[in-house]
Ligand binder design. Structure first.
Ligand code: OAD
Length: 252
């Protein structure tokens, strides 16, 4: 049996050793080894099995609130059952070995926090923080329903205005949370190394973050089982699973 060894490029080893500020930018792939589906993987991705236009827009929610709420409650219940993986833990470990580390995630799960990362910037919200569709008041969720598969579920009602409670995630066509977005772009402009982990990099404006870091003089390393097309001299593609590669990047 062959064992595949990954050679971490010397440029990246040196850049991490010298870095004052490391930015870790994550997408669904960082949670894949915890058993969480990504969105765009050809067979297992959520958007291969479900239509985002029926589940992930404000219009879809208004057209069929129970379908949308039920789908997010099904996903919340799945997320509560999984655990952080080696990639989440390596990011926590890396934070202890560099002067400053910022985690920016597109994920709506809480696996970075459960691994021990602090002050994670959630660009696409959190599945655990729903709010009123009408007045935006936060809503405290009960225990997740025991759903064996995705099923329609009427959303709860706002205690302030009787509006419908919606998932606390950013849907297609919606703006990103202002404070998180500003903090993320500032971090991208000021980091020395950006690790882009498990993202297809196609959803804007989050996808601009690695480009912004490159333009600001940082090294950018993409960590993904799919090789990335690197255009810039300071851009590297490390091909493999996040849980396999991130532990190799820890400076001693
Ligand atoms: P995608 O599903 O688009 O991309 C996931 C990436 O993870 C792909 O490039 C995979 O090759 C890679 N991947 C799979 N397994 C991996 C592993 N073990 N280690 C590392 N990488 C792995 O997910 P995102 O880029 O996160 O938006 O998608 C961005 C946004 O699109 C999501 O935040 C979501 C979705 O619609 C909202 O929910 C608003």
């Amino acid at each position: 049996m062959h064992k595949k060894f990954i050679q971490v490029p010397t440029e990246l080893v040196n850049a991490l050793a010298d870095a004052r500020h490391v930015l870790v930018f994550t997408g669904a792939g960082v949670s894949a080894e915890s058993g969480v589906s990504t969105f765009r993987d050809a067979l297992s991705g959520l958007w291969a099995r479900f239509d985002p236009m029926q589940l992930a827009t404000p219009e879809a929610f208004l057209a069929d609130p129970a379908l949308v709420w039920g789908w997010y409650e099904w996903r919340r219940q799945l997320l509560l059952k999984v655990q952080p993986n080696a990639a989440h833990h390596a990011i926590v470990e890396l934070a202890q070995r560099v002067p400053k580390l910022t985690v920016i995630t597109q994920n709506v799960d809480d696996l970075h926090e459960r691994a021990g990362s602090r002050d994670v910037l959630h660009l696409h919200g959190s599945i655990f923080n729903p709010r009123c569709f009408t007045c935006a008041q936060p809503y405290t969720l009960d225990r997740a329903p025991n759903m064996t598969h995705e099923q329609a579920l009427t959303p709860p009602t706002c205690r302030h205005c009787q509006g419908m409670i919606r998932p606390g995630v950013v849907w297609f066509g919606e703006a990103l949370p202002q404070a998180e977005m500003e903090a993320a772009f500032t971090a991208a402009e000021n980091c020395d190394v950006l690790l882009s982990v498990g993202t297809s990099g196609v959803v804007q404006p989050a996808a601009q973050i690695p480009q912004l870091a490159l333009r600001s003089g940082a090294w950018v390393a993409h960590i993904n089982p799919d090789a990335m097309n690197c255009q810039h001299p300071c851009e590297l593609s490390l091909v493999g699973a996040a849980g396999q590669i991130l532990p190799l990047l820890l400076p001693s």
